[in-house]
Ligand binder design. Structure first.
Ligand code: NAD
Ligand code: ZN
Ligand code: ZN
Length: 388
């Protein structure tokens, strides 16, 4: 079968690989119909995540048709159309039984290694390095889905492939980020990053009752989509983020702040400074990491929610401010399985249209170029969907 493979930093290619097949009774094999490229895939593309090997199949956002099931998957049959959550979760362990699926203790065979490296051990994730289990990803013609009796959700006939696709990750991720803000009536929520995760966080914050949402980014097309989703917009190239947020919230700061950027801010912040050649080597032109800015901006007693992915110990977190401002910080890889059903309901009743963020629909051969385009936010790219 053909698959999108990691071939090194900034190198992605299409390769002929062995067919996906059942290994355990609780496995299913899915013929992928649509997959997407995620901001998290860019961390692999940029080489920030250790444990990638040449030839690893990428992709953790996908949906498709069941073609084969093991004896332990009575809930699925060949021909079922399903969307698959990115965390691989057993459904039975301490964490799964409390609906904290992304912390599953049984799905990452390399957890001990990950613990040594990072000091923590997340669940297994499709197409996301050997430290997260070494599972083949879904940017491929077929994919093996472990614990298929727990993860995949059937898609109703009336729902299109594209409407269901983002239930695999970014819609639940934006929603959990907003839910983590414990939004109260009248609250103002600021969202850093108007990529797919930020945009769904904005829509979710509105659904959860935020009176105002302020969206921060520098790309006009992303900011304008944020505006369409109901946010006030703040272009951080044109306005000082901290000063403006303070001004727009009566001097107090937003009640909750969402970092929907992650480690990109450090890297692109520096890159961006280099783009402005004259200032390039002056330390003060580097933008602070978004999580730091969010902590600084947040009102006393407020909440900072961090769906953005960080991969190391180098992020500068002003813990003093967290303590003295009595902030709550909430984060996590998303417990996708917890949110799929209720969010499917919100798509069905028209409260959310997840397809509004799609800017590019491509075939597999165009995926390598699309990684670069999405990384550099060229051609007004917001979300790429791959038709397989
Ligand atoms: P994306 O690359 O499309 O969007 C990131 C956005 O952040 C861009 O629009 C960029 O312009 C903006 N940005 C960069 N620096 C900024 C700054 N200093 N201030 C404000 N905005 C800034 O990515 P995405 O797909 O939306 O993903 C966003 C983050 O969410 C990534 O870190 C990704 O890994 C993470 N993520 C986490 C989970 C989870 O389970 N927690 C799931 C999916 C994605
Ligand atoms: Zn993702
Ligand atoms: Zn589990």
């Amino acid at each position: 079968m053909r698959a999108v493979c990691w071939q090194g930093v900034h190198k992605v290619g299409i390769e002929e690989v062995p067919d996906a097949r059942l290994i355990n009774p609780r496995d299913a094999v899915i013929k992928v119909r649509k997959a997407a490229i995620c901001g998290s895939d860019l961390h692999l593309y940029d080489g920030y995540v250790p444990g990638m090997m040449r030839g690893d199949i990428l992709g953790h956002e996908f949906m498709g048709e069941v073609v084969e099931t093991g004896s332990g998957v009575p809930n699925l049959s060949p021909g079922d159309r399903v969307v698959v959550p990115f965390p691989i979760s057993c459904g039975n362990c301490f964490f799964c039984s409390q609906e904290m699926y992304s912390l599953c203790e049984n799905s990452n065979p390399n957890a001990r290694l990950a613990e040594k490296f990072w000091g923590h051990s997340p669940c297994g994730i499709f197409g996301y390095s050997h430290l997260l289990g070494g599972y083949a990803g879904g940017q491929a013609e077929y994919v093996r889905v472990p614990f298929a009796d727990v993860g995949p959700m059937k898609i109703p006939d009336a729902m299109s492939d594209e409407q269901a696709l983002f239930l695999s990750d970014i819609l639940p991720t934006g929603y959990m980020a907003a839910e983590n803000c414990n939004i109260q009536e009248g609250d103002t929520v600021a969202v850093w990053g108007c990529g797919p995760v930020g945009l769904f966080a904005i829509m979710s914050a509105k659904l959860l009752g935020a009176a105002r949402v302020i969206a921060i980014d520098r790309f006009p097309e992303r900011l304008s989509l944020a505006h369409r989703a109901g946010a006030e917009i703040l272009n951080y190239e044109e306005m000082d983020t901290l000063e403006t947020l303070r001004e727009w919230t009566g001097g107090r700061g937003p009640d909750a702040c969402i970092d929907a950027v992650g480690m990109e801010a450090h890297m692109h912040g520096v890159q961006h400074a280099y783009d402005k050649v004259k200032q390039a080597l002056r330390l003060e032109t580097e933008r602070p990491g978004v999580v730091r800015e969010a902590i600084q901006a947040c009102r006393n007693g407020g909440t900072v929610s961090v769906p953005g992915v960080y991969g190391g110990l180098a992020d500068k977190i002003p813990l003093g401010a967290v303590v003295n401002k009595a902030l709550t910080i909430k984060s996590g890889q998303t417990h996708v399985q917890r949110y799929m059903k209720p969010l499917m309901g919100r798509i069905e009743n028209g409260e959310i249209d997840p397809t509004m963020i799609i800017t590019h629909r491509i075939g597999m051969d165009d995926v390598p170029d699309a990684y670069q385009m999405f990384r550099d936010k060229e051609d007004d790219c917001i979300k790429v969907v791959v038709n397989l």
